[in-house]
Every structure is written in structure tokens, then in C-alpha cells.
Design a protein around this ligand. Structure first.
Ligand code: F6R
Length: 601
């Protein structure tokens, strides 16, 4: 979490850094700060609160310079406050640092420096980097940085400025994302590509244990032994507009609306584009087991796909939170395919799960949105979701793209394992290829969802139920609702209600029942009647409602084969969550306490 950016070039660094921070705010938004090389040394402005608060401070205390670094924070060590905001400045004002990650041995380092009389002003782990740099600095900043990084334990992407070198920024990466952008007017460091897209599509993806020396007219890379490293300059396919709201009230709504295109691009890429080659290379016959591991919504995509894999391929599929997978004595071997699902490709637990899987000899396949991310680079094979930059903290379009790739993968495995004939496989793929238009149909008329959402704002708790694959997508509907609307919510398998949960149902409890699974329609209808007869109100998503009245409302879904209906019901659930939160006037793109990229454990 946290976003870092730096610029050195011919233009006003302050405007560029503030604009870049806006694109990185999804990574953390409890405080922000900026430092530039001013005429008389470092000039720093830091402010607790949203970036808008920093902008207001900057309006009163304007900074000017052609090189600088900025930071948007998601607090780990030390509460959100002005003093704990980055950049941190060394005690002799010669080094300024922004940091994303966690310095695990900061206490020992801090105690050592304090015993030498070096004063600390913040409660952060990050300040130790600035103070260590000051401590070791004797005129050669590269030498200093190498000494410092060799003493740090933990994860870090660092942006460092040295007072004596106003024309250079130093950037270091270990276990946290970092890119270097190259443009005609200057060069950048950033946590993520959207921060630089307005200026350039040309980027270097920094690798772990690399140091970049970024000047206005060039970039050099070194390893921690100060040996030069050659790297390719890559072109990012995303365009600057994709990181803008384009007239929508929120990024989340824009991203929901982009889903038909995202699905189309992702499906095309899997059927005949870059992803196709990867899918073709997978030796399905080698695997007797699939283990899917991920966090949050990406985990939910895995749960949906478990039903698809098992039904189509007859294979054992396990899905586990990456935070559990990494610490469990999972029984996996070289006959296991471990699928890692991640939008950012930087989620700390998913990276650790990938490493655990590899250490046990399993084959790893990543499904990732961000090219150049740690998981994209670390996995044996990688399929890319064509979602473009996803800025809203709550994922929508990346989730839909993950589902599409998982479906196609399941069809491919089923074909290779002889469970589907060529013709049946083709038919399944054409059903998947029809999803973008069906999603567009839902998005073309959201009136019913908006109307229903307006009536939901008063609920303290909302339950989601479903059977079979509908239960899997209920998990996602519930997560979406709770994270952006702050309404408590749980998802249950419909059949489980009577084993305990039904005691929570009382007059006017709201239950959202997903009913896309035709085979079990009668069963979910039973569950619906059970909760209605105990006072609940029910919103049914999909399936024909036996009746509609004061207690039972329904939102229909387009006709779709049962296995792929989650791709449709999730869109209704995303919109429901979005409009409930919008009706509550909440900060939808940046829900409290969350950050998009969870790069700490
Ligand atoms: C929820 C959400 C999160 C992410 C999770 C994993 O809307 O976005 O639950 O799905 O933090 O992130 P990635 O996919 O980047 O690994």
C-alpha cells in the first residue's frame, strides 16, 4: 500500500507530482506529502487527510522545483498525522525519502541510531531509511544507498533525493512495485503506471534488489553490488484516458460500465490473442489437481471457478485464501497446478503463496492485470486480464475478466482431459463469448437496480444467499456491498441457513437471493420462502420469481447457461452495492481503512 512518485525534468515538479499522486491515491489515502529541491534546499509540505487537504496546504504554501518526490500513505506504523506523513527528511536535511512497504528491523536500527544521538521525529518505520541515509552519507549517494539497503529487512520501494544532487532521484525496489517512466521532458519513478500515463507510455519495470538512478535525460540501473544492469524499455498499452473518470461520478461506476469491453478484450485475447499461446502451452494432462489461491474478490473468482472446473473437467479443485495457503502444510507437488489470481499482481500474501507453491515443485499460473508486477513476473506462466487500469478500490472489471479467463481455462482443460468433445468445447466458448453483450444489456438499463438500491440505505445488515455457483457469487456480492456501503453483510449457502443463521432473520431483514442456478431453482425458492415466513424481505437476482409482492422483489438476468451466470449476476450485485453507497453519499472509490494494493501482510 502507499503510493510513491518522483519527477526530475524541465517542468514544474509540484504539479506533476500532485497529479501523479491523484492516480496513486487508491493505494492509500490517510495522508500525503511532497518534497522538492527548492532554491534553498528541500521544501516539504505534508498533510494528514486526503490529497485534497495537501492541495489546500500547497495553495497556501506553494513549492517550486524541477525535481521532487511525493507520497500518499496507508498507515502501518504510526497513526495518520502530518508528522508521520512522507517524505521523511534526515536529521541534517540532506536526504529526503518516500517509502512504500515495511521495514521489519526498524526498531533495532532506530535504537542504534538514537544511541548515536540521531533524533527521530515520527513513529514510522520509514523514517529509519532517511536517518540511516543521513548517517552513512559522506558525499556519494549511491554508496550510501547501497550501505543502507544492505541493512534493511522487509519490503520497500523507495524514492530518495539527496541535497547535493538536485538533478537525480534514486529509486530502489525490493518486494514492492516500482516503475520508471521515461518522457521527452523528464523522467519519473512511481508505484504504478497510471501515475505517469499522462506523460509517457515508456516504462522500465524495476526488479527486486535494483537501484535506479533517474536523471532528466537518462536512467541507469544497478544491482546492490553497484554493477550496472541492462533493462528493456517497455511500452504500456494503456492510454491516459483509462486512468481518468471520463465524466462518471466515480471510478467504480466507470469501471462497472467498462465491463463489456474488458470482457470482450479478455476473451479475445484468450481465444486468439496473447493469452491463447499461454493457454495452449499448459500441459493439462500433467496435473491431477488444481489449487487456486488469492485474496478478497480474486479469491471469490476462484470459488466461482471451482464449480466450473469441477463440473467441466471432473478435477479436484481447492480454493484457499493466500494468507492461509502460505502458512499451511498444503499437500501439493509437481502434479498440482497452482493458480494465483490477482488484479494488482502485488498482493503480499498471494506473492508469498506463489513462492510456497514453487518451493514445493508445483507449476504456477498467474491471472494478473498489471504487466510487470511481481506475480506476473514470478509465476511460471501468466494470463493477463485486459481490464486496463483499475482505480476504484473495490474491484469490478478485473473480477469479471478473471472469471472469463478461468472459464476459458476450464473449457480448455475439459477438452484436453476428454471431458468435452471439440464441438461441446466450441459451444461453451461461444456461450462465454456471448457474455459481453449480455453484460452490456444489464448495464443498458440499471433503473430497476437503482430504484431498489435507494430503498436499502437504512438496513444495518443484509444477507446474501445462493446455492451452488450462486453461493460463490453471493460471496462477491456481499463483499462488494459491505466494503463500500459499510452495511454489515454475510453470504451463506442457502442450504446452510437452517443450521444456525436463520435465527438472525427477523421482521424486515433484507436477504438478497441469487437464483441463476436453474437446476436448484426449487431449492433456492424454498430458502426464500423460509426467510420470508420469518419476516425477511427478499430481493431475488435472476430466475423467474413465483410472485412479486411487498416481501419479494426480483431483478431478472438475461438467459445464460448456469455455469456462466455469475458473470451476469455479479454485475447486478456490483451496481446494487454502488447505488446503495451512492445513496448514502459515501466516498465510494476510497472506502475507509482500505487500500487497493495490499502489499503488506
Ligand atoms: C475487493 C477487492 C479486494 C481485492 C484483494 C486482492 O473489492 O478489490 O478484495 O480483490 O485485495 O487484490 P489483488 O487482486 O490485487 O491481489
Amino acid at each position: 500500500m502507499c503510493g510513491i512518485i518522483g519527477y526530475v525534468g524541465t517542468r514544474d515538479a509540484v504539479a506533476i507530482i500532485v497529479d501523479g499522486l491523484k492516480k496513486l491515491e487508491y493505494r492509500g489515502y490517510d495522508s500525503a506529502g511532497i518534497a522538492v529541491h527548492g532554491a534553498g534546499g528541500f521544501e516539504v509540505v505534508k498533510q494528514k487527510g486526503r490529497l485534497s487537504a495537501l492541495e489546500a496546504r500547497l495553495a497556501d504554501n506553494p513549492l517550486a522545483g524541477h525535481s521532487g518526490i511525493g507520497h500518499t500513505r496507508w498507515a502501518t506504523h504510526g497513526e495518520p498525522s502530518d508528522i508521520n506523513s512522507h517524505p521523511h527528511i534526515g536529521s541534517r536535511n540532506r536526504v529526503a525519502v518516500v517509502h512504500n512497504g515495511i521495514i521489519e528491523n526498524y526498531k533495532q536500527l532506530k535504537e542504534r541510531l538514537e544511541s548515536k544521538g540521531i533524533p527521530f521525529v515520527s513513529q514510522t518505520d520509514s523514517e529509519v531509511v532517511a536517518q540511516l541515509c543521513e548517517y552513512y552519507y559522506s558525499g556519494d549517494i549511491m554508496d550510501t544507498v547501497i550501505k543502507v539497503v544492505n541493512r534493511l529487512e522487509g519490503s520497500y520501494a523507495l524514492g530518495i533525493m539527496c541535497l547535493d544532487e538536485p538533478d537525480a532521484l534514486i529509486a530502489v525496489k525490493k518486494d514492492n512495485p516500482l516503475i520508471i517512466g521515461v518522457s521527452g521532458h523528464g523522467n519519473f519513478i512511481a508505484s504504478d503506471v497510471p501515475a505517469v500515463l499522462r506523460h509517457t507510455n515508456a516504462v522500465y519495470y524495476s526488479d527486486d534488489k535494483e537501484i535506479a538512478v533517474v536523471k532528466k535525460d537518462g536512467v541507469q540501473f544497478f544491482n546492490f553490488d553497484r554493477e550496472p544492469v541492462a533493462k528493456p524499455l517497455e511500452t504500456v498499452a494503456w492510454n491516459a484516458d483509462s486512468a481518468e473518470k471520463s465524466g462518471y461520478a466515480h471510478f467504480m461506476l466507470k469501471e462497472i460500465m467498462e465491463q463489456p469491453k474488458v470482457l470482450r478484450d479478455t476473451i479475445n485475447s484468450a481465444l486468439s490473442g496473447d493469452n491463447r499461446a499461454v493457454i495452449d502451452r499448459l500441459d493439462a494432462a500433467r496435473f491431477n489437481r488444481v489449487a487456486i489461491t488469492a485474496c478478497g474478490s480474486a479469491y471469490n473468482a476462484g470459488v466461482v471457478s471451482k464449480y466450473v472446473f469441477e463440473r467441466l473437467c471432473g478435477m479436484t479443485v481447492e480454493v484457499e485464501f493466500a494468507s492461509e495457503f502460505r502458512y499451511r502444510e498444503t499437500i501439493i507437488d509437481d502434479k498440482t497446478l497452482v493458480i494465483l489470481v490477482s488484479q494488482s499482481g502485488e498482493t503480499a500474501d498471494t506473492i508469498a503463496a506463489m513462492r510456497a507453491a514453487k518451493s514445493k515443485g508445483a507449476a504456477t499460473l498467474a491471472i494478473v492485470n498489471v504487466v510487470g508486477s511481481a506475480i506476473a513476473k514470478g509465476a511460471d506462466e501468466c494470463l493477463f486480464t485486459a481490464a486496463g487500469p483499475e482505480i476504484a478500490v473495490a474491484t469490478t472489471k478485473a473480477f469479471s475478466a478473471q472469471l472469463a479467463l478461468l472459464y476459458i481455462l476450464a473449457v480448455r482443460f475439459a477438452r484436453l482431459r476428454g471431458r468435452l468433445s471439440e464441438e461441446e468445447a466450441r459451444e461453451k466458448l461461444s456461450e462465454i463469448a456471448a457474455l459481453p453483450d449480455q453484460v452490456a444489456g444489464i448495464l443498458g438499463n440499471t433503473f430497476g437496480i437503482q430504484k431498489y438500491a435507494a430503498s436499502c440505505v437504512g438496513y444495518k445488515s443484509i444477507f446474501f444467499i445462493g446455492r451452488n455457483i450462486d453461493y460463490a457469487i453471493a460471496l462477491e456480492g456481499s463483499l462488494k456491498l459491505k466494503e463500500i456501503s459499510y452495511i454489515h453483510s454475510e453470504a451463506y449457502a442457502g442450504g446452510e441457513l437452517k443450521h444456525g443463521t436463520i435465527s438472525l432473520i427477523e421482521d424486515n431483514t433484507l436477504v438478497v437471493a441469487i437464483a441463476g442456478c436453474g437446476r436448484l431453482h426449487g431449492k433456492i425458492m424454498n430458502n426464500i420462502e423460509q426467510v420470508i415466513s420469518r419476516g425477511a424481505k427478499v430481493l431475488m437476482v435472476g430466475g423467474p420469481a413465483a410472485r412479486e409482492d411487498e416481501k419479494l422483489s426480483a431483478l431478472a438476468l438475461p438467459d445464460c447457461p448456469e455455469l456462466f451466470t455469475p458473470s451476469l449476476s455479479v454485475v447486478v450485485l456490483q451496481l446494487l452495492a454502488y447505488y446503495v453507497a451512492a445513496n448514502k453519499g459515501l466516498d465510494i472509490d476510497k472506502p475507509r481503512n482500505l487500500a487497493k494494493s495490499v502489499t503488506v501482510e
